[in-house]
Write a protein that binds this ligand. Structure first.
Ligand code: ATP
Length: 504
């Protein structure tokens, strides 16, 4: 655990030191769970959004985009169920005065039992050596099965309590599991209460008779209320999707995992409208499709796993999360939900406008069913960034910190470095930059020895360093150094743009 904490601290420190992420309002001592993206962070974040948009909108003929307002009519949040049910169960420890989400305490407890299982598996691996059959061990080892049974019992009891909204039962469960506050170490808990996560504000100049508005807690509702607008003006035929990237706001109870859980964050959501009865087919399609999107970044498959939901929201008939192995363990990165016709039906009911689709092939009207894919930009950023950050020991015994970002997401694609600050090399380097910057983000750096400049670029994830030396003036070629392998090769200047583009 200590090791994991160290890695996570390093991620946070590195993000700050190199201008990726700053705490919000830092000179005023910060604002909890709110962050600003710095000069490099904004580039990486924009590239992530572009990568998603391209995969969802540009590559799918039947998916179009939308940019709806953050403020929406307050009845929307009545219809969606957020006013009445967008709650988290909170509990306080009376000794430390720390506040927790009851469900997270239970999840963390389960994670500890899961760790015990992993320890048993490791022991087994050591004991049996070559002959170790992991799958068989997991399926038959007495201790593993005992732990697994405990996890299943906890999950079942938890799901039943949550479905019944039984807050007293939830507290009793925390007591029965002997869960202690990580800060005070005691079991001196308050009762569990429900806490609504929406931020409210007022619209209009006269406070008294102005309407209470909510900052949207998800972007999805903007898509649902524009369903007919987009379908009609875009002449969209079911199945089709609407995609949107935008800010969302949640008054999270506990927020101490950097950009994993923020109070202001950004989502990339797509609602896919299908014929009723075909939704589970499409659910499976998007489940696979979305994992492929993650894997296309080159991050190994073992960093991802599906987590199918046992406890479904009342409107869903299938749901899964794609979880990522963050420095603090496997946690949700993306949700894929089969939402039935719940949202469109509710908005029909609450608005009095019929939100249906006439299917000319079937010659009938119906309320389409919806598959939603919903992913946080910031969580994706954290996943990619934390996976990319590495300390390496080189052959000569020296060390370097390298941020092995996928080239297409890196803030700068290349740095152009004159070997020395004289003899016309800086001018030549500038000439190269003027050409490359038409197509990509490039950086110029002439300060310090070349080795130090390489290290600086390694640390911000620049995949290519282009060195201009005295030979360049005569042979019109440069040395291209690859970030991950540190291999160098000579490339003709007029070939450079094509060369780099093919690698990115
Ligand atoms: P969690 O259980 O972690 O609170 P959730 O199930 O409430 O998440 P969804 O409502 O499914 O999350 O939101 C979709 C996606 O939005 C999540 O998979 C996550 O990537 C992102 N997201 C949700 N809440 C936050 C937050 N507070 N900060 C950053 N990203 C978030």
């Amino acid at each position: 655990m200590a090791h994991q904490d160290d890695i996570f601290k390093k991620v946070v420190a590195h993000a700050k030191e190199y201008g990726f992420i700053f705490p919000s309002s830092e000179i005023y001592d910060g604002l909890a769970a709110v962050y600003d993206y710095g000069q490099l962070g904004v580039e990486l974040k924009n590239n992530i959004k572009q990568y998603w948009w391209r995969a969802m909108v540009q590559m799918h003929e039947n998916i179009v985009g939308l940019d709806s307002a953050i403020f929406m009519h307050p009845r929307i949040w009545k219809a969606s169920g957020h006013v009445d049910a967008f709650n988290d169960p909170l509990i306080d420890n009376k000794d430390s005065k720390k506040r927790y989400r009851a469900d997270v305490l239970i999840e963390d407890h389960i994670a500890k039992i899961e760790e015990k299982i992993e320890k048993e598996v490791e022991k087994g691996r050591k004991r049996f050596g070559e002959a170790f059959d992991e799958a068989q061990f997991r399926a038959t080892n007495g201790r593993v099965l005992e732990h697994q049974q405990k996890i299943n019992d906890i999950r079942d009891r938890f799901a039943a309590l949550m479905n019944a909204n039984d807050l007293e039962g939830l507290k009793q469960m925390i007591l029965d599991l002997e869960i202690v506050c990580p800060v005070s170490g005691t079991r001196n808990w308050t009762d569990v209460r429900q806490f609504n996560l929406m931020f409210a504000t007022k619209m209009g100049s006269v406070i008294d008779d102005s309407d209470t508005l909510y900052l949207r807690p998800e972007t999805a509702q903007g898509i649902f209320v524009n369903f007919l607008n987009v379908q009609k003006t875009g002449r969209m035929k079911v199945p089709f999707g609407i995609a949107q990237i935008g800010k969302a706001f949640r008054n999270e109870i506990v927020a101490r995992q950097f950009i994993f859980r923020m109070r202001e964050f950004e989502q990339m959501e797509m609602q896919f409208f299908v014929r009723p009865g075909t939704e589970l087919e499409w659910f499976r399609y998007w489940k696979e499709e979305r994992l492929k999107w993650h894997l296309a970044l080159g991050i190994p498959e073992e960093c991802y796993r599906y987590h199918d939901h046992e406890k479904l929201a009342h409107y869903a008939n299938a749901a899964t999360d794609i979880e990522f192995r963050f420095p603090f363990g496997f946690k949700e990165l993306e949700g894929i939900h089969s939402r039935t016709d719940f949202d469109l039906s509710r908005h029909s009911e609450f608005s009095g406008k019929k939100l249906q689709y006439f299917d000319s092939e079937l010659n009938e009207s119906y309320t389409p069913y919806v598959i939603e894919t919903s992913i946080g930009v910031d969580r994706t950023f954290l996943a990619i960034f934390s996976h990319a950050l590495k300390d390496e020991t080189l052959e000569d015994g020296s060390t370097r910190t390298v941020l092995s970002l996928p080239a297409r997401l890196a803030p700068y694609k290349a740095a152009v470095l004159p070997l020395v600050k004289k003899d016309g090399l800086p001018e030549k380097a500038r000439e190269i930059i003027d050409v490359l910057k038409q197509d990509m983000m490039v950086q110029y750096d002439e300060k310090d020895a070349i080795g130090r400049r390489y290290r600086r670029q390694d640390a911000i994830g620049t995949p290519f360093c282009i060195t201009v030396d005295s030979d360049t003036l005569s042979d019109n070629a440069v040395t291209v150094r690859h970030r991950d392998t540190m291999q160098q090769e000579r490339v003709a200047i007029d070939q450079l743009p094509a060369y780099l583009k093919s690698k990115i």
